[in-house]
Write a protein that binds this ligand. Structure first.
Ligand code: FES
Ligand SMILES: [Fe+2]
Length: 350
């Protein structure tokens, strides 16, 4: 049985990746063909000709006036997936139609619904408004991960690994040594994990981008909306500097780190990452530094998780992990993901 929840929204791409040309990406094992139509809308259809299965993203398939002409024998499809022309006959079989996917473009992402289209409700897609907000500047990217998506969920829900895997970038001793608090909103299906460091070293990621030189108060507030959207609300300020009682927080630096965790297949994942900041908005050096640093950090995770996937894939059933307090958020996420996938999750000893 698959561990990938269906009847869910997943990020398939950044909006900037999709223009008036054919673009293909596999999401949850389904190869999907995208393009931006003349009206500016992103369309998503199955990337497989109904005739002899030729992938429509392969040359010499062409896009002509918002119609896809299959590069094998010329079956021609409109943006709604309907076949409008076939070779050698005027009658087009009624069943000649590509399946279509509901699409919503929002917060710089292109979301697709995987599952029964009747159940798709775009209003339920979790938001990440900073990524397009005028009072934030965002850098972003996507790295392919040769590991199952659950390993990335585990990784992001337990940031104590920053101290070890990302030392010298975003990790300092205080991340691992500060206890977390975890809350689960079962009704909404959201996991919150908080780590608030009152007096911590400032890692290069933040010292070089904010200019802070001394010790800092560092908050990491995670909000994970399974299966796809993960947000890390990060607050950095000089030691002792707290928000005003009414919530205004002018002396702190805020960074919204957003990940979209999209299964490509059972064993591979699209790791979308974005870093939005509310300071140095026009400073291109800061943008370049944060983009390069975050990509390096993501690639450190990718290297570790690619190794872990090979270990997990080769082990026998029934291996018992050992979990401790830092894993509370990850275990809650696994429970919710298993529920969404309609299955059960391994019980883990603690
Ligand atoms: S496979 Fe596409 S037209 Fe034949
Ligand atoms: Fe990491």
């Amino acid at each position: 049985m698959t561990s990938i929840p269906r009847d869910q929204w997943y990020v398939a791409a950044y909006g900037r990746e999709i223009g008036p040309a054919l673009f293909s990406r596999t999401v949850c094992g389904e190869s999907i063909l995208f393009w931006r139509t003349a009206s500016g809308r992103v369309t998503a259809v199955a990337d497989r000709c109904v005739h002899r299965r030729f992938p429509l993203s392969e040359l010499p398939t062409r896009l002509v006036d918002d119609q896809v002409v299959c590069g094998y024998h010329g079956f021609t499809y409109g943006a709604d997936g309907r076949c409008v022309a076939v070779p050698g006959q005027t009658r087009v079989p009624r069943t000649a139609r590509l399946s279509t996917y509901p699409v919503v473009e929002q917060d710089s992402f292109v979301w697709v619904w995987i599952g029964d289209p009747v159940l798709a409700d775009g209003t339920t897609i979790p938001r990440a408004p900073w990524l397009t907000a005028p009072d934030y500047t965002t850098v972003s990217g996507m790295e392919p991960l040769a590991a199952r998506f659950g390993l990335l969920v585990d990784n992001l829900l337990d940031l104590s690994h920053e101290t070890y895997l990302h030392g010298g970038y975003i990790g300092t001793p205080e991340v691992a040594s500060t206890p977390i608090t975890t809350e689960v909103d079962e009704a909404a299906g959201i996991v919150y994990v908080s780590r608030r460091m009152a007096d911590a070293a400032c890692p290069p990621f933040y010292s070089r981008s904010t200019g802070l030189t001394g010790r800092i108060t560092r908050w990491q507030d995670i909000e994970y909306a399974p299966p796809c959207l993960y947000k890390l609300h990060s607050r950095i300020a000089p030691v002792g500097c707290l928000p005003d009682p009414d919530g205004t927080d002018l002396d702190a630096f805020h960074v919204e780190v957003v990940y979209a965790i999209t299964p490509e297949t059972e064993h591979t994942t699209h790791d979308f990452w974005a870093v939005a900041r509310d300071f140095a908005l026009d400073d291109e050096e800061v943008s370049a530094f944060l983009a390069e640093s975050n990509r390096t950090v993501v690639l450190q995770d990718v290297a570790a998780l690619d190794v872990l996937e090979r270990v997990v894939a080769s082990e026998e059933d029934g291996y018992q992990e050992l979990s401790i307090n830092i894993d509370t958020g990850g275990l809650a996420a696994r429970r919710i993901l298993a529920r969404l996938a309609g299955g059960r999750v391994h019980q883990v000893t603690s």
